[in-house]
Structure formats: structure tokens, C-alpha cells
Design a protein around this ligand. Structure first.
Ligand code: AHR
Length: 648
């Protein structure tokens, strides 16, 4: 993995190319290095309603009434106008010490013709699909005079259509869980619907938790949204970095991702404020992350809380940090331990007896922000404890080559360091030709744990980003592809890389960051041009790096080969507004098949995809003829091309 000194440069005298022509040369005579088998992955955290209102398929927003201590946000009374129903938070009647609130519904006037109750608008609408079964579960109790029935329905926002409905009764003064299946008929998909719980006679009812799930990926109870899972799997990820990002750190030590509070039945999860300005249900807990990895056949890259939180708090290395180190060891045991270990047994109790695969643990996130400069010591404390019990694990430092050398971890040699790049398209174009060439091939392996090109004149964290579309346009995809090619050329050392952020709910008010790879609302999802660029790269990755060189062209690219089939993958990116007749020279192959597939993503710079135009910019595949070891390929303006060349 660490044998290459300079992948890009080699003597090209053997090629009969004219230096004045735009030329892309590939040395296929011998591999310049091995492509890391873990190269392509995904990064995720709770941001932009990635889980709640996103991948985690729960449809009820504020299901446990904990989102706002003052008022039951996202809930409203049905028939409140004539005071038939009133709702209020009631912490004195809570289900347990985790669900510390309840919603009291008082109905004073109601009949079958005019029921009264409470409604929830979901995460920007309840998505209603035809001929679909929804699973509702409701924790409820009632005053002594009321035992039901209660009607549960999915209703159009104008109140004219009931898409699905069911009833339950048997309420008592004690808490009970009621479960129902609601089935829709032949209807048009819509998100202009809400969920309603109504009474047709007076009564007082307390709700402890109200949950509604559509069909999920693999029919997993309390699982994931199907369309998003398919899109993620289509990216062919080898790993998933979770749970952050800033999400692992929290604004404060108390609001970190405290994994022990994210496991077990959802009634046992209090949730916590996430640093992106809303409350997380913790429905996407540690076990759900692991199951998500398994569903994608990807490995976890487990980020553990490392004693630094975003508001500048840090935990002193030494005895103060010990409980957090123990938490990390317990977490690793929960992931990997067999059922004879305490935390492995807990995982089995939670429904997953088999240990999960784990090779990578990251200590914190972006710890260069820690002004106390305590990371070196904090890292060492985690590193020593983890290596003592799990010597096989690769331990990742969050301070990488993008930060000054003086801030790096020096007291230990991390197995890998994580570097993050949010850069403008022009910056990526400028930095990519030389990127990573000078990195020490004997130092730690490199993880580019967050990266994305932005096409705006201001960075993603600028407030002005709120006025831009949530997902990037083709211009950004060109910058992304150029940087991906640079990482791929160095994928002997850059063992893993992942774009960030991954997911965005596009509804106004749902997002905190742009650009994001995949956008969605309640009913549909789409990939940005960058999504398709990443897919083109990740589905066409060989296992050998081939040296490349460019002459007289702004085109940047990379070349890899599948050692089993001999197929060569050329990734070429033309950021120019003009077509480029590129001379392609392949050295060191006995033959090249005269026919090749070209996968092409092109368009206008500001073209983008959206909910209403999800496939405006998508790759197309064309056959290229006349291919040989020296041939000319005309790249369209503003294009990303993968050329697949057969050499056997
Ligand atoms: O991806 C958005 C944020 O950018 C991440 O949470 C953080 O690690 C980085 O600063």
C-alpha cells in the first residue's frame, strides 16, 4: 500500500504523441499501486433531517412530545375551533423516566359525525402511497370514564379524504400499547396528508408516544426508507462513517451522541438535542447504524466521543476522561463482543445476537478546533486503551494533512488520519493535480472523511447558502470528480474517502447545510449530479492504480485496472466550456478492444436535479468505436467521462 513514490510522473518518451496536442497518457505496463479495497464509502450524521424526516422511516414528527418543553410542536387539536378538543403537554403523567412528557387530549364535545382529537403533520407531510400498509403504534392511557374506541386515520390536509383508517379500544387508567395496520387503497401518491387520532365521544386521553411507519427496507420493524436505501446501495459503499461529524461531539458534553441512550426499545430512548438545531429521537441508534451497514454490505467506521464538544468544552485527559474511554470500550464490545460479554449480550437482547464486523474506530471529530490543544493526550488515552483490548483495530486521528503539522498527534502514531475538504470548484481544480503526491508513504494511512465541492462564491457554512438549492449543480460535480480522480490516483495511501453531507430533506426549514448529495421530501428522492459522478467512479473501480500524465489540457483524470479481467477504467473530467479532442495513449498493453463503453455526465454548468426534475442531469452510456492504444476521444464540454477499455 505504501510503495509508490510518484504516481503521476513517468517518462513518456515511448509514446508517439505530439506534445502540442491535448494528451492523456496511461502507463499500463505495470501497476503503480494497489487501489484500497475500502476506497469508496459514505459519511453520515443527523444533519438536514438525515434520519428523523429522512432515512429513519418514522412518519410522526415529535412522536414523544419532547421536541419543545413548552408546547406540543407539530401537534394540533382537531376541531379545536369550537373548543371540542384541547391538547397540552403533561409531564406529570409520563410513561417512564425516558419518555418524560405526555400529551393530554381533552375532548368535551364529539360525535360520530363530528369527531374531535389531535393531528400530526409528519415531517413536512405524511407520505401516502397507493395500496400500502402503515404500522401505527400508540402508547395511551385514559381517565376512568373512557375506554374507547379511538379512531386512527391518515387524512388529506383539506379534510376531504380519509386515505386509511382503523380503531382501537380497551384503554385503561394504566399505560397500554396499541398497534394497528392502516391500509390505503388505489390513490395517487401525495404528502398533503396528516395523521389523526380522534374520539367520537367526550373523554380524556394521554398519549405517551405515537409512531407510524410505512413499509421499510427489508421489512425491518422501525427501519429505513426504501427509496433512500436503494440510492445508497447504488453507490456501492464499502464503509459507513458514523455517527458524525459534529453529531458525535454535540454542542456540549451532555448532548454528545451518548450511544448507551440510543439502544433498546424506542420507548426507552429519550432522544437528545442535536447540534444542528433540532432534537433527535435517537430512533437511529447504535444498532440501527450497524444494521444499516449490514444492509449495504459495508463496514462501520465507528466514531467515538473523544472528550471535545462544539461549544469549546473539553474533558481533561487523565481520570476525567476515563469514563469516556470506558464508554468507547463498551461501545466496541457492543459492536463486536460475543454473547458472553456484557455488551455483546445486550446487543443480543436488542435483537442482534451475531457480532458485527469492525476494523476502524475514529477518535472524535475535527479535534483541531479544540483550543485547549488536549487532543494529543486525549487521543493517546483512547488509543492505548483500545489497542490493549483490540490490537487489530485501526485507530484514526481526526487531525490530518490538511492541518498544520504542529497540531497533529505526535505521542502515538495513528493508524490513519482523517482530513476534510470543503472547497470551491476552482480550488479543487487548482489543488488536485498535486494533491497527496508529497504525502509520506511511510506515515499513517489517509482517510478523507468529509469532502465536497461548492459552486457558490461563499462556503457552505455561510448564511447565504440557505438561499441556494440544497443539492449541488453540474459545476460542483465537475469539481467533485476532479478531486475524486486525484484521490483515486493516490488510492494506495488514501484508503477511504466519503462525500459529506450525504442527505438533505429539501423542505424549507429542514436543512442546515448545502451542498448535499441526495435530496428528498416525504414522497420522493433524487440524486444530485455529484451523486451520479460518485456512482460513476465507485462502480468502475479496479484494484490496480495506473500512472497517468496529462499534456496541454485542462482535463484531469485517473486510470485504474481490474487485475482479474484486464479492464481499464479511465476517468476523465473536462471542466472547460469547449469540447476537448483528447489524444489517449495506453502504454504496455498487448491489445485494446476497438469498442469501448463511455459513461458520460454532461450539461450546462448550472444544470441540477430536483424533486420536480430528478433526472435532468444523469449519466448516459455510449459505445465508442475505433479505440486502440493510441486514439482520440472527443470529450464534450463540461463533462465527466468513464471510458471502459477491454484489454484481453
Ligand atoms: O458535514 C458538515 C459538518 O462539517 C460536519 O458535521 C463537520 O465534521 C464538518 O465541519
Amino acid at each position: 500500500m505504501k510503495t509508490i513514490t510518484a504516481l503521476l510522473i513517468y517518462v513518456t518518451a515511448a509514446f508517439s504523441c505530439v506534445a502540442a496536442d491535448p494528451t492523456f497518457t496511461v502507463d499500463a505496463s505495470h501497476p503503480a499501486g494497489k487501489v484500497s479495497p475500502m476506497f469508496n464509502g459514505l459519511m453520515t450524521e443527523e444533519i438536514n433531517h438525515s434520519y428523523d424526516g429522512g432515512l429513519y422511516a418514522e412518519l410522526i414528527q415529535n412522536r414523544a412530545f419532547l421536541d419543545d418543553a413548552a408546547t406540543p410542536v407539530h401537534w394540533s387539536a382537531v376541531n379545536a375551533d369550537d373548543s371540542a378538543a384541547t391538547i397540552a403537554l403533561d409531564p406529570t403523567n409520563s410513561f417512564n423516566n425516558k419518555l418524560t412528557e405526555s400529551l393530554r387530549l381533552t375532548v368535551t364535545k364529539a360525535t360520530k359525525a363530528r369527531p374531535a382529537g389531535v393531528a400530526n403533520g409528519g415531517y413536512w407531510g405524511i407520505p401516502v402511497q397507493p395500496k400500502t400498509s402503515y404500522h401505527a403504534s400508540i402508547l395511551a392511557r385514559a381517565d376512568a370514564n373512557f375506554s374507547g374506541p379511538i379512531t386512527v386515520s391518515i387524512v388529506s390536509d383539506d379534510g376531504k379524504k380519509v386515505y386509511a383508517t382503523g380503531k382501537f379500544s380497551g384503554l385503561t387508567a394504566g399505560w397500554n400499547k396499541f398497534e394497528l395496520t392502516l391500509k390505503t387503497g388505489r390513490i395517487k401518491p401525495t404528502a398533503k396528508a396528516h395523521f389523526a387520532i380522534t374520539l367520537d365521544q367526550p373523554g380524556t386521553v394521554w398519549l405517551g408516544m405515537v409512531s407510524l411507519f410505512p413499509p421499510t427496507w427489508n421489512d425491518q420493524p422501525k427501519g429505513f426508507r426504501k427509496d433512500l436505501m436503494q440510492m445508497l446501495i447504488d453507490l456501492n459503499p464499502k464503509f459507513l462513517r458514523f455517527p458524525g461529524g459534529n453529531y458525535v461531539e454535540g454542542d456540549t458534553v451532555e448532548t454528545r451522541f451518548d450511544w448507551k441512550h440510543t439502544i433498546g426499545p424506542i420507548e426507552e430512548r429519550h432522544g437528545h438535542p442535536c447540534p444542528w438545531g433540532y432534537r433527535s429521537t435517537d430512533g437511529m441508534g447504535l444498532l440501527e447504524f450497524l444494521e444499516w451497514c449490514e444492509d449495504m454490505k459495508a463496514e462501520p467506521v465507528l466514531a467515538v466521543y473523544a472528550g471535545y464538544s462544539l461549544k469549546g468544552m473539553h474533558v481533561n485527559p487523565g481520570p476525567d476522561l476515563d469514563p469516556f474511554v470506558r464508554d468507547a470500550l463498551d461501545e466496541i464490545e457492543y459492536v463486536t463482543g460475543d454473547t458472553n460479554t456484557p455488551w455483546g449480550a445486550q446487543r443480543a437482547k436488542d435483537g442482534h445476537p451475531a457480532p458485527c464486523k469492525l476494523n476502524y474506530v475514529e477518535i472524535g471529530n475535527e479535534d483541531w478546533f479544540d483550543k485547549s490543544k488536549s487532543y494529543d493526550q486525549r487521543f493517546a488515552q483512547f488509543y492505548d486503551a483500545i489497542k490493549a483490548r483490540y490490537p487489530q483495530l485501526k485507530v484514526i486521528s481526526t487531525i490530518g494533512n490538511d492541518q498544520p503539522e504542529t497540531s497533529h498527534v505526535h505521542s502515538r502514531q495513528p493508524d490513519m488520519t482523517d482530513e476534510h475538504y470543503y472547497r470551491s470548484v476552482d480550488t479543487f481544480i487548482g489543488m488536485s493535480p498535486e494533491y497527496a503526491r508529497q504525502y509520506d508513504r511511510h506515515g499513517p494511512e489517509v482517510f478523507v472523511g468529509e469532502w465536497a465541492a461548492y459552486e457558490t462564491s461563499f462556503p457552505p457554512w455561510n448564511q447565504r447558502s440557505q438561499h441556494e438549492p440544497p443539492t449541488p449543480n453540474l459545476k460542483a460535480a465537475l469539481g467533485d470528480a476532479i478531486f475524486m480522480a486525484a484521490m483515486e490516483r493516490n488510492s494506495d495511501l488514501i484508503c477511504m474517502q466519503c462525500y459529506a453531507p450525504l442527505l438533505v430533506n429539501v423542505n424549507p426549514g429542514a436543512r442546515q447545510w448545502r451542498p448535499d448529495l441526495i435530496g428528498y421530501d416525504a414522497v420522493s428522492a433524487y440524486g444530485s449530479p455529484s451523486y451520479y459522478a460518485i456512482q460513476m467512479f465507485s462502480r468502475n473501480l479496479g484494484d490496480e492504480i495506473l500512472s497517468t500524465r496529462v499534456f496541454q489540457t485542462a482535463v484531469q483524470g485517473s486510470a485504474t485496472r481490474d487485475s482479474k479481467t484486464g479492464e481499464i477504467f479511465l476517468k476523465l473530467v473536462n471542466p472547460q466550456a469547449t469540447a476537448e479532442s483528447l489524444k489517449i495513449a495506453i502504454k504496455g498493453v498487448a491489445m485494446v478492444s476497438s469498442k469501448a463503453d463511455a459513461i458520460i455526465l454532461t450539461g450546462n454548468l448550472d444544470d441540477s436535479n430536483s424533486i420536480t426534475r430528478p433526472r435532468k442531469v444523469v449519466p448516459i452510456t455510449k459505445t465508442v468505436r475505433g479505440v486502440k492504444s493510441g486514439f482520440t476521444y472527443k470529450m464534450p464540454p463540461h463533462s465527466i467521462v468513464v471510458l471502459k477499455l477491454s484489454t484481453r
